[in-house]
Design a protein around this ligand. Structure first.
Ligand code: FES
Length: 113
């Protein structure tokens, strides 16, 4: 087990597990599109970018293994800016598909800050 902090919550996670799974274990939601715990890690969408202390830029939570003493912020300015940039990029490049998903699948999207 390794000890880490996610959004101020100190926790332990199994060695080799990913940040997104550790966050979910303590009830912290990280936005994601291509991650599913039962599938192999694709890490294609970059929607799960989070702010990891001492990392020069945001890292994908689904493909970043937990390490001892790691400090992760999912709602910092840096993390939110990265997530918004990815969302903007996806909407610019897939405007019709992204908008039609809510209509076709009758799902609601989370409101972005
Ligand atoms: S959920 Fe797609 S890159 Fe992490």
């Amino acid at each position: 087990m390794v000890e880490l902090t996610i959004d101020g919550i100190k926790m332990e996670a199994p060695e080799g597990s990913m940040v997104i799974q550790a966050a979910q274990d303590v009830g912290v939601y990280v936005p994601h599109f291509c991650y599913h715990k039962k599938l192999s890690i694709a890490a294609n969408c970059r929607m799960c970018l989070v702010d990891v202390e001492k990392a020069p830029k945001p890292l994908p939570a689904c493909a970043t293994p937990v390490t001892n003493g790691m400090v992760v912020r999912t709602r910092s300015d840096k993390a939110i800016a990265a997530q918004k940039s990815v969302m903007e990029f996806l909407l610019i490049n897939h405007p019709l598909t992204a908008r039609s998903v809510t209509r076709v699948a009758n799902v609601s999207c989370k409101t972005w800050q």
